[in-house]
Write a protein that binds this ligand. Structure first.
Ligand code: PMP
Length: 396
């Protein structure tokens, strides 16, 4: 009889070079459990999804409750559905006043697509500025603004009119002009191996967009909901985007994304011809119910409060000549090694010893350190011990 892994390899299409190929039976808190019940500490969090940890009871209850009432009734935006209304109401209540209109999508990539379309409709312009090393998703529009030529050359021609500038390089802001419909940037770059910009740069980026009438789209698909130590990443820099992109942790483990703007901006989708953005499953009622519950847990349980201290603990414990740098903010961290080969060996040994981590799409020499925000001091100390043992093993 074929094992699950063999079946997976045979019938689940493979689209990445090195899938981790791990098998887990269940997950609770910061732990993933294999079929023998062995716990693994999760330093990936499904890539910024499981901010509350796994198996949060309030989220599970909200999912069951909504599934009992109804799941899918109609294409998003046609019916007035309680979970979508309540979730949008809660989101705009915690966002700056200008971000008061939410469009729910299926995924982060779809939020990117919607936002790029909206920027074109609102400004009447077609040029887009994106950042080197960025990752915004895998659909054609999102690929077009991805700052890594290697991963997108096979799919050309992509969207025309996309110009790339270097992230956190103030000199290059001059390439944002009155022809630019929008600038799309991650507030803190994730798959670049966690790149945190300077506040001065982000403020200059904001000012330049305002000056030339280009919309600033900030992608916080990976950085939002406490991951960086603040509810939203842009709060670190004292700026507000014109369009905010959310996904991943937004659904508390269920699939959903969103682009959020002002009502005035969103109104561009209502102009003739009226075909703004349409999605069947976007803003799925069960995902909205889960997302609302997750947001309430995040706020009620004050899960963001301890994030900066937890960052400091990781930074204090992960010091070794082989660790070239610890980059990041909050619990969105990266440990850099001299090569992918060394990083991969250390990661493999960590996994063997019960710590799950991986590397970044655009930065293969760095290890991801992004546990659920609920991780305790003792769990951090244990994770750091295992990582340091692996580092010592390969770099004595
Ligand atoms: N933007 C960022 C910053 C991301 O990290 C990701 C996913 N890793 C996406 C967009 C794409 O989201 P999705 O996979 O839900 O389409």
């Amino acid at each position: 009889m074929l094992t699950l892994r063999q079946l997976f390899l045979n019938h689940n299409a493979q689209t990445t070079h090195f899938p981790l190929l791990l098998e887990f039976e269940r997950a609770q808190g910061v732990y993933l459990y294999d079929k023998d019940g062995k716990p693994f500490t999760d330093l990936i969090s499904g890539i910024g999804v499981s901010n509350l940890g796994h198996g949060n009871q309030r989220v599970i209850h909200a999912i069951k409750d909504q599934a009992d009432k109804y799941m899918h009734l109609m294409v998003y935006g046609e019916y007035v559905q309680t979970p979508q209304v309540r979730f949008a109401e809660k989101l705009v209540a915690i966002l700056p006043e200008s971000l008061n209109s939410v469009y729910f999508t299926n995924s982060g990539s779809e939020a990117v697509e919607g936002a790029l379309k909206l920027a074109k409709r609102f400004t009447g312009r077609t040029q887009i500025v994106a950042m080197h090393n960025s990752y915004h998703g895998s659909t054609h529009g999102a690929l077009s603004v991805m700052g890594n030529e290697e991963f997108k050359q096979a799919y050309r021609p992509l969207l025309p009119g996309v110009n790339f500038i270097r992230f956190n390089e103030a000199d290059e802001l001059q390439y944002i002009t009155t022809e630019t419909a929008c600038v799309i940037a991650e507030t803190i770059q994730g798959e670049a191996g966690i790149s945190v910009p300077d506040a001065v740069y982000m403020q200059a980026l904001r000012a330049r967009c305002t000056e030339v009438g280009a919309l600033l789209i900030l992608d916080e698909i990976q950085a939002a909901f406490g991951r960086t130590g603040k509810l939203f990443g842009f709060e670190h820099f004292g700026i507000v985007p014109d369009i905010l992109l959310l996904a991943k942790a937004l659904g508390g483990g269920m699939p959903i994304g969103a682009f959020v703007a002002s009502g005035e901006l969103m109104a561009a989708f209502k102009e003739n011809p009226i075909l703004g953005h349409i999605t069947t499953f976007g803003g799925h009622p069960v995902s909205c119910a889960a997302g609302l519950a997750a947001l309430e847990v995040l706020l009620d349980d004050c899960l963001i409060d301890g994030v900066a201290e937890k960052e400091a603990l990781f930074r204090a414990k992960l010091t070794h000549p082989a660790i070239k740098a610890i980059r990041g903010k909050g619990l969105m961290l990266a440990a850099e090694f001299e090569s992918f080969e060394l990083n991969k060996k250390i990661i493999d040994r960590c996994i063997e010893n019960g710590i799950i981590t991986d590397w970044f799409l655009n930065c293969s020499n760095s290890m991801r350190i992004a546990p659920p925000l609920i991780i305790t001091e003792a769990q951090i100390l244990h994770a750091c011990e295992v990582i340091m043992e692996a580092v010592e093993f390969y770099s004595p």
